[in-house]
Design a binder for this molecule. Sequence first.
Ligand SMILES: [Fe+2]
Length: 385
Amino acid sequence: MISRFSIPTQILLGPGAVREIPDLVRSLGRRRPLIVTDAGVVRAGLVERVTGPFRDAGLSWAVFDGVHPNPVEEDVAAGLMAYRDGGCDLVLALGGGSPLDAGKGIRLKVTHPLPLEDYEAGRGGADRIGPDVPPMIAVPTTAGTGSEVGRSAVFTFRTLGRKSLIFSPHLMPSFAVADPELTVGLPPYLTAATGMDALTHNLESYLSTSYHPICDAIARGGIRLVAQHLRRAVRCGADLDARQGMLMAAMMGATAFQKDLGAAHSLAHPLSTVAGVHHGLANAVVLPHVLAFNAHAAAAKLRDVAEDLGVEVAGLSDAAAARKAVDAVRALNREIGIPERLSQVGVTGEMIPELSRKAMEDGCHRTNPRPCTKEDMADLYRKAL
Ligand SMILES: [Fe+2]
């Protein structure tokens, strides 16, 4: 079997990295970015933080701040109009996963005339996406999705009535600029939820059944970084070292998950669309249950996970070490203030049939180490309820 590996993103990481952006813009041969962001990022004053050095560098810019929390196709249409009206020549996406994904959609539509839904991955859209897109600089303000190093974007298509993925290597940002100073204002509950999304990416990609030893090594490194930094980032938001560790863990998670994910993400996706639960929070609550479900099928790998999470497993059987990994994730959730039960975040028993049907339709569980049936999904929801 022939495998194909690709880890090409250029990343600038460290306090003050945003001050390098004017040089990056120039190195791309461009002069006027469209800043794609959302109202929360504007309120937090982060647009000024990023554009501060622009004036001295002789750069002008335009701002589109209308991205919704779960971007819809209209966000892309409005952003495209702002790009054209503003005479822009590259996209600078600033925010959590939503502005970053919207930025990818906007750069795509600058040169690709079909309706956005025609580029949907599930319908062969990747083949319709060529390399002729304007450059993009991705600047994350959360440490979770890692979309800044990813080749995909998720949109809610009203026409299709569901969330869907657009994917192409050509959508990989030209540069990711990960500056921990931009994440210090993120409140503890969002730091915890987005951080658990990063952990889930690393963990599920490590456990997934696909073959990708490079991603396995990255994923284990990402798990260790989360174990080292997440508690501190939640407890002390101004700790730049912890913030930087989590930014790196998020980028490693997104790099690793080109190896694929698992059942936690299949359970989490409908929790957002049906019950409005934050994506990272949904993953965090279901993750210990999914790991317990996988414990037998992936005992040796869960032993590695336990070690990476800092648990002493010497002398234990793989099965016992796997149980320790589940306990360690539960304990981490508790320490960073993640609610234990889905019922605490608005999910009800009546939702479970719809949730489990949608979880089965979601592709992520296909690489879960233990195959899942619809009844397994319902059972996992009930356990987490
Ligand atoms: Fe995720």
